[in-house]
Design a protein around this ligand. Structure first.
Ligand code: SF4
Ligand code: SF4
Length: 311
């Protein structure tokens, strides 16, 4: 069906298309960020990815207090207060984006836009030379790309038809049949593994990990290229017991090439929480010390798992 912008195919909310990515799979890549995630991890470094809706971001440091947005808002949702920038009455705001259009300094920006598969592919093709010469490709990330399987399958199939290497960066929190269908058109999975204990997983991510662990077992039977990504957050999953549970689980997986990226927590997302108008409740979250990181890496390696810090 033809859309208003003249494009065809599936659509979905995308909040960023990043070029020259070097941490989302091999080579130099284009990373496409889907908006919306069924989990809400306490340490999330992409808080703007969690909501399935378009959101308004406000950067007070860029604001010139010109009042243009306040005057332009059709719903009288904005006010400007001295020294505190603009305030939004959330119950009046329908995320129409008019304030972002009139803001002369990009202090207000809208996060999330409907993209068709066709238009995303146009963006991807612009980097064809860089992707091919560097051994790179495209990574679909988020948010949770599996939460929009129709758009994801169309994009993966289009990449496959053009011999572009693909990676899917996922929490694994999806219906099994969706994951297994995606697996038939995906070259590499970057699969998050946060905690093995279901109760603690629920406490820190908002959902049990039963589906995630079962899905990984099934995926590892049919797909050879899976890199597990384990965030390391002090006091949440870096104690001896959590690491042992993680290693035992990974060793038990059938057929999986056992590659793990250990990703120490970092706090660079604080500024993003502020731009969303939320508070940053990460005071108790910390990166484990360097010695502890090395000890964990050593523990994985001794169990026959190829673990690297970073990636
Ligand atoms: S997004 Fe629209 S409704 Fe919301 S504050 Fe901006 S102009 Fe007003
Ligand atoms: S239009 Fe932009 S610069 Fe002007 S008051 Fe609004 S947010 Fe600030």
């Amino acid at each position: 069906m033809m859309k208003m912008d003249g494009s065809t195919g599936k659509q979905g909310l995308i909040f960023d298309i990043k070029r020259y990515s070097i941490n989302d799979g091999p080579g130099i890549r284009v990373t496409v960020f889907f908006k919306g995630c069924p989990l809400s991890c306490a340490w999330c470094h992409n808080p703007e990815s969690q909501s399935f809706d378009v959101q308004k971001l406000y950067t007070i440091a860029r604001c010139m207090s010109c009042n243009s947005c306040v005057q332009a808002c059709p719903n009288q949702a904005l006010s400007l207060s001295n020294g505190e920038g603009i305030k939004t009455k959330q119950d009046l705001c329908d995320n129409c984006g008019v304030c972002a259009e009139v803001c002369p300094s990009k202090a207000v920006e809208m996060c999330g836009k409907e993209w068709s598969a066709e238009l995303v592919m146009k963006e991807i093709r612009k980097e064809m030379l860089v992707m091919k010469t560097s051994g790179g490709g495209v990574t679909f990330s988020g948010g949770e790309p599996l939460a929009n399987p129709e758009l994801l399958v169309e994009l993966l199939s289009a990449c496959k038809a053009e011999e572009i290497h693909t990676a899917v960066d996922t929490s694994g929190f999806a219906k099994k049949d969706i994951l297994l269908k995606i697996a038939t058109v995906t070259d590499l999975f970057l699969y998050d593994l946060k905690l093995i204990d279901p109760e603690r997983h629920k406490k820190y991510t908002g959902a049990s990990n039963t589906i995630i662990l079962e899905n990984l077992k099934e995926l590892s039977k049919i797909h050879e290229n899976i890199i597990l990504r384990v965030p390391l957050i002090e006091r949440i999953n870096t104690d001896e017991e959590s690491i042992k549970e993680m290693i035992d689980y990974i060793v038990s997986l059938p057929g999986l090439t056992k590659h793990v990226n250990l990703l120490p927590y970092h706090s660079i997302a604080a500024v993003k929480y502020a731009r969303l108008g939320g508070t940053y409740n990460h005071e108790n979250l910390n990166e484990p010390g360097h010695d502890r990181q090395l000890a964990i890496q050593d523990q994985f390696n001794k169990a026959g798992i190829n673990a690297v810090i970073g990636g």
